[in-house]
Design a protein around this ligand. Sequence first.
Ligand code: SF4
Length: 370
Amino acid sequence: MHPKIAFSEDVGLTMARNELQRWYLEHERPLPWREQPAPYGTWLCEVIMQQTRIDQGTAYWERFMHRWPNFQSLADASVDEVLKEWQGLGYYSRARNLHKTAQIICDEYPQGHPTELNQWLALPGVGAYTAAAICSICFGTPVAAVDGNVLRVLSRFLGIHEPIDRPSGRKPLEAFAEAWVDPKHPGRHNQALMELGALICTPHAPDCAHCPLQKECTSSFMPHKKGSMPPFKQGKTKVQDVALHFHVIHQNGRILMQQRPDHGIWGGLWTFPSSEAPWEGSINNDVIPEPLDQCLIARGPCGTSVKHLLSHRRFHVQFWLWSCPEDCTLEMGEWHRWDSAELLALPRVLESSWEDVKNSASQKESKTNA
Ligand code: SF4
């Protein structure tokens, strides 16, 4: 075991913790949720900021706070309204969990909100990091909030060379983080570590000369070349290439839209009906996919094909136009005019291709009708 992990309350470490907090009080960014930290705004911020850049997330946080300033107003909104407001942030299960959690809190805590770590952990979409961040910041609970930033800082600070994406690397870091939390100011300590990771101990260019932990840090004198400094990872998930066909099915100027199931990709959002196929290495516009219903008449590709990358899948997206004869009833979605379909909560991949696909489909439709 690393000596610092075994003796986490030694004098040097207590001094380093104090230095860290002094640095934070001087350098923290003036972010709106820090002005008057309260459970609702802190929870909202922690959920929005997962997998999101801070400048992008701040605009969303402000819009949500303006439209739904408390648990009750968010619980009273419809899930479609929340998904629409979330549009562009990705990982839509977060938005659905946000809404569900607001409703549970209003049902189970009519006078307020949960105050205990275990109560927060029982809520949808609230993991160990989020619960710890909320409880330490809002209620002074002495618990460590360990996210990717904190793992990076601590793995360098302690010189942990075990891969942090494996329990052998991650567990000692979490144990140290718990032991090192300042019992008097846990919220400030957690935020200071996260801020240090965001501003000084950055992934590719740690600024050790200006770091409050430099004196005690095991890595401060290591070469800062890429790959020579912790954290280390064992392996990344392989990205799988998939051909994704969106079927733009039209009938009398209307198109068919489908709401996707809650679980899985773009859960709860609206898309054209879709199908997937193995990726063959290139898009071939001559190979029309299997029709979703035998009554459909293929009109060929429409719009420009695009690539869309998720965490472990790369979609090669192609749009196909189909005509649906009037006597054919498709039960697989809702018929919309283009302008009303555009108001649905759409995933970003459709939002960015919408005008292109709409124009291309409309041109092909009018040629067919001419
Ligand atoms: S001294 Fe350098 S490596 Fe160590 S925590 Fe600070 S910025 Fe990171």
